[in-house]
Structures are given as C-alpha cells and as structure tokens.
Design a binder for this molecule. Structure first.
Ligand SMILES: O=C(CO)[C@H](O)[C@H](O)COP(=O)(O)O
Length: 217
C-alpha cells in the first residue's frame, strides 16, 4: 500500500526564524520533520547537531526523522535519542558493523533506518532488510540542499520494493534529494512511502499548501 508520507527537510528552513518554521510544519500535514546532521567529514558540509535537534524536539508536534551524515554514528546513538529523535538514519557507507548499529538504535527506543548513497546498490541490504524500519535512498549526493535529482533513484526504489516484498519485511522506503511534485509523483508510483523535500517546500510561496499537495500527488 502506498502511504504517501512527507518529511520536510529543515536544512532549507530559515535558521533565524526556525521556531516559526517548526510552527508552520506543525500546522501542515507533514508526517515527519527531517533533520540533516552533517559533520564536514562524511560530507563536505556542516549543518547542525544535538543542541538544535533538542530545541526543535521541544516544540515539534511531529516525529523527528534524523539523518546522520557523519562518520562513526555509533558514538552518538543514545545522545540523539535523548535529544528527541524518533527515527535515526545512519549511512551504509559509514557503518562497519551495521547489524550492531541497527540493534543499538532499536535498543535505544528509536526506529532504525539505513541510507544508501547514489552509488551504493540496494542488494547490499539483502541480509539486513528484515531488521530495518526504513531505508533512505539518496537521490542526490548528500551534503547540500537544492541539487538536481539523480534519475537512477527510480530503479533503486523499485528494486528495494521488490526486496522488501520478497522478504515480507515491514520497512518503509524514503527518498531524499531534488524531490518536487514531478519527481515525487514518480517516486510514489515506483513504491516510495516517504518523500523528503527541502528547498522545493521552503522556497515555495505557500509551504503549507506545498506540503499538503504532496499528500495528494
Ligand atoms: O539530505 C539532504 C542533503 O544531503 C537534504 O535533505 C536534501 O538534499 C533535501 O534537499 P532538497 O529537497 O533541497 O534537495
């Protein structure tokens, strides 16, 4: 069943008025608030970290969907739970012992999710898919908002959907990067459950209407 969930990325929010933007997301039909944590090592950009996440959590009426673009994510699992993350995504490429990392995220009380960079094939998740609550397919190279959508994401979503169905796994598919109404519609049709969108939502004239329209694609 297609769920058509939407997770606006606050990477494109107005950080001077972040509280107003969170209030706007609370009023909208957004399902999650997507928080991109970047360390300047795993990706060539630095965004925000634990203090911002905990302040956002204090006023957010939606679950925080935290995407860690950092090396050594294991070091911070419990800290992100304490800060208010409901879903924690780690990168496949950043985890040496992925199974252990996933178990620790769940033991800390969060939903566990793994992200694949554009070059990382879906089949690498074959032996762990049943343990995952969500897989995040990157449709841009991570690090920056406002980049152009990489078309191979459609095929990856379809392959991932097949893998999930073949294992009867209870796992959502999320896609992040260059998502607008056009790419979003095609992604939902390919099998995506959750769309992350940053610049398209926050640069639109009416972000609440834009978010709500995703649900009607
Ligand atoms: O993870 C990210 C970048 O690494 C962002 O969430 C993503 O790129 C969304 O931004 P946009 O919708 O503007 O492409």
């Amino acid at each position: 069943m297609i769920q058509k969930l939407v997770a606006p990325s606050i990477l494109s929010a107005d950080f001077i008025r972040l509280g107003d933007d969170i209030a706007m997301l609370n009023r909208s039909q957004a399902d999650y608030i997507h928080c991109d944590v970047m360390d300047g090592v795993f990706v060539p950009n630095i965004s925000f970290g634990l203090p911002v996440i905990s302040q956002v959590a204090a006023i957010a009426a939606k679950p925080l969907d935290v995407h860690l673009m950092i090396v050594n994510p294991d070091q911070y699992i419990e800290a992100f739970q304490a800060a208010g993350a409901a879903i924690l995504t780690v990168h496949y490429e950043a985890c040496t012992h992925l199974h252990r990392t996933i178990e620790r995220i769940k033991a800390a009380g969060m939903k566990a999710s793994v992200c694949l960079n554009p070059h990382t094939p879906v089949h690498l998740l074959e032996d762990i898919i049943e343990d995952l609550d969500m897989v995040l397919i990157m449709s841009v190279n991570p690090g920056f908002g406002g980049q152009r959508f990489i078309e191979n994401a459609y095929q990856k979503v379809k392959k991932l959907k097949e893998l999930i169905l073949s294992k009867n796994a209870d796992c959502l598919i999320e896609v992040d990067g260059g998502v607008n109404f056009e790419t979003g519609k095609e992604l939902y049709e390919a099998g995506a459950d959750v769309l992350v969108s940053g610049s398209f939502i926050f640069q639109s004239e009416d972000p609440v209407a834009t978010i709500n329209h995703f649900k009607a694609l």
